[in-house]
Every structure is written in structure tokens, then in C-alpha cells.
Design a protein around this ligand. Structure first.
Ligand SMILES: *Cc1c(COP(=O)(O)O)cnc(C)c1O
Length: 360
């Protein structure tokens, strides 16, 4: 049986080198090591180093591992917010961060855009009580991308609150200037093309000092993980718990592969494949791009509305081994969502576009 190609927006196709790296990891017995051993802390150190280079993480910014991006939503509110957070909501993932903040009992405010649009940052009602602003750079549920220039404009206008940016389904494609924000985070099963179950949290000294102070004051900033405990363990390239060792190893290897390939090349290829997809959506009789405003269309998750519903197209493609995502939430039955991640080759994307073109 030939393999399926997963264009689903996470989990998605594994990065094309992952299988080889898993074999190497098993041969070298990496999952059998003690997570407190020198050999394994060297692996953590190497992964951190490679990621810092790939993502151009500036000095004064730190990196720790969590179980997922979802965990970072909880830990960031617990560690960094006393009373009030503000969420720019443009779909299900940004809404979930807001909901978690509410559940944790803080005053979580939001500005919500209609699905398929981006909240206009000029309408925000951020006050001097706002401690953290949440922005979802790439909203995987709708295919809306928050323009980087708007993120930088928010920074300029609001220097005091922390700015937290979700780049789960955009990094390392997106060329974010990390020095302009306070924390950024992702999980690895989207653009990085790895198995799920690992989150990466990058944060600056402001975040760290805040979390440490709240911790010192006796606030609950997390249980098995808090920013303070994660940071402290990472000084020895360790984690408080037994981590997802295999994935930490794989992430380091894939980050190196991406550096060797060249991040510029990865970005150019992504732009090329994204143009193919949106051109298809605009010219196909039964498809229309869900995001009308080209300025906020995601390059890495393209969403189309399918006339008469998306089930028949999704089935048709899957019969040929091409797996695309269905819609999210309310749009489950009338959208397709197509991941355009670094592992999806030009040839694979051309094959998918060809197939959809032939479907009527
Ligand atoms: C997938 C996703 C998440 C959640 O990731 P988990 O690994 O399930 O925690 C958060 N934000 C965005 C934008 C996502 O696409």
C-alpha cells in the first residue's frame, strides 16, 4: 500500500528526515537514557542551540520545553498575569487561550473578529491595567495570519503589557522579530513536522522576573511546571519531569536540517506553494478562499469554502492518498484546510492542486 500524504494542518506530514532520525535515535538508544544523564543534557543543549540559531532568538530570551502549546496558555497566565489579560481573537485557538485565562479566574478581555478576518489592532481597548496581550499570529482554524507589522505597531503603542505571540502553525516559516515581543511559543506537530507532544516556550527576562516574583510571593504559578521551575532546570539543560526525550532529540535534528537547507529557501518554497493553492482557490469553480483580504491570508494554512460542502472533495482526495483537513468548528462541513508546511514538497503540492483541479 502506498503512503498517504498528510496535508492536514497538524498533526501533519512528518518532516522528510524524521524517519531516519528516529532510526538513529533507536540505534543510539536515546529513549533509554536517563533524563538526568550528561549525554541527555547534551542533547537538550544541542536542540536549544540549533533552535536559537534557526529562529534567531536574541540575547536575553530563554527557551524551555513543555508538553504542548496548550500547556503554555495555562502556565503563562499562571506565571505572568495577576488580574487582567487581553486577547485578540480570530478563531478557535485564540479563543481557547482566552477561555483558559477566564477559567483561571482573571479578568480576560477580548476583541473578536468575524471568522475569516483579523481583529483590527487600532480598535483595541487596552488600558494600563492590561498585563498581557495575546496575539495568534497564524490562526489554524480559519487560515488568518496576523500581519507582523501590526504586531510591531501594537508593541510601539503599548510598551508596558507583555506581548505573547502564538506561532504554532507558522514557525519557522514566519520571520518574526522576537526582540519586539516578550514571549512566543509553538508545538512541533505543525510546521516543524514532528510527532505531537512537545511545546517550546521562548520568553524574555521581563517574563522571567515577573514569574519569579509571583512565585516568591507564594502565588500558584504552576504545579509540575512553572516558568520558574522550567527555567531553573534548564540552567542544567534538564526538565522538572521526565520529558519527551525522543521528540527533543528529533526537534534538534530537524532544526539542523532546516538550517542546512536554508531558512530563506524554505520561505521561498512556502511562498511558491502558497501561491499555487490560493490561485487554485480563486480559479476553481467550486472553491473560494475563505479569507477575502489577501493581506491577512496565511501562507502555511490555506482555507477554502467548498460549494455544496467539502465532504465529497475530501473523500475524493483521500481515495488518492491525499489527506486534507476538514473545516474547523462551525465550518466543519463546508471548508477544506490545507497545510503548506516545509516538509510538503513543490511536487506534492502540484499533485494536490492537479487532483483538485480535476475534481468537479
Ligand atoms: C495546534 C495549535 C495549538 C495547540 O497545540 P497543542 O499542541 O495541541 O497544544 C495552539 N495554537 C495554534 C494556533 C494551533 O494551531
Amino acid at each position: 500500500m502506498s503512503k498517504n500524504i498528510h496535508f492536514t494542518p497538524g498533526p501533519s506530514a512528518l518532516y522528510f528526515t524524521v524517519e531516519q532520525h528516529i532510526r538513529t535515535a533507536l540505534r543510539e538508544q536515546i529513549p533509554e537514557l536517563s533524563h538526568r544523564s550528561k549525554v541527555f543534557s547534551n542533547i537538550i543543549e544541542e536542540t536549544i542551540k540549533s533552535l536559537r540559531a534557526l529562529l534567531k532568538v536574541p540575547n536575553g530570551y530563554h527557551m524551555v520545553f513543555t508538553s504542548s502549546a496548550t500547556e503554555i496558555w495555562e502556565r503563562s497566565i499562571q506565571g505572568l498575569v495577576e488580574n487582567e489579560s487581553y486577547h485578540l481573537v480570530n478563531g478557535s485557538f485564540s479563543a481557547r487561550y482566552h477561555a483558559i485565562a477566564s477559567q483561571l479566574g482573571i479578568n480576560a478581555l477580548k476583541q473578536e473578529a468575524e471568522l475569516g478576518n483579523c481583529p483590527d489592532y487600532k480598535d483595541v481597548s487596552i488600558t494600563d491595567k492590561t498585563e498581557l496581550i495575546s496575539i495568534t499570529q497564524n490562526e489554524t482554524s480559519t487560515g488568518v495570519a496576523f500581519p507582523l507589522e501590526d504586531i510591531y505597531a501594537i508593541r510601539k503603542q503599548f510598551p508596558n503589557p507583555l506581548i505573547a505571540v502564538d506561532v504554532v502553525s507558522a514557525t519557522p516559516y514566519i520571520n518574526l522579530d522576537i526582540s519586539k515581543i516578550d514571549m512566543v511559543y509553538f508545538s512541533v506537530q505543525k510546521c516543524f513536522g514532528l510527532p505531537s507532544g512537545l511545546g517550546v516556550w521562548i520568553y524574555n527576562d521581563r517574563c522571567l522576573e515577573l514569574a519569579n516574583r509571583r512565585n516568591y510571593e507564594g502565588k500558584i504559578t504552576g504545579t509540575y511546571h512553572s516558568l520558574t521551575s522550567l527555567h531553573k532546570s534548564m540552567q542544567k539543560f534538564q526538565t522538572p519531569e521526565t520529558p519527551n526525550m525522543l521528540n527533543i532529540y528529533l526537534l534538534g535534528q530537524v532544526a539542523k536540517d532546516m538550517i542546512n537547507k536554508g531558512i530563506d529557501k524554505i520561505r521561498q518554497e512556502t511562498d511558491y506553494k502558497s501561491a499555487l493553492l490560493y490561485n487554485l482557490f480563486e480559479t476553481h469553480g467550486k472553491l473560494t478562499p475563505f479569507v477575502k483580504d489577501k493581506a491577512v491570508r496565511s501562507s502555511t494554512v490555506a482555507v477554502a469554502t467548498v460549494a455544496d460542502g467539502s465532504a465529497s472533495l475530501i473523500n475524493n482526495l483521500s481515495n488518492s492518498g491525499l489527506v486534507v483537513g476538514s473545516g474547523y468548528g462551525a465550518n466543519k462541513n463546508n471548508h477544506i484546510r490545507v497545510a503548506n508546511f516545509p516538509t510538503h514538497s513543490k511536487e506534492q503540492m502540484e499533485l494536490l492542486v492537479d487532483h483538485i483541479n480535476k475534481w468537479t
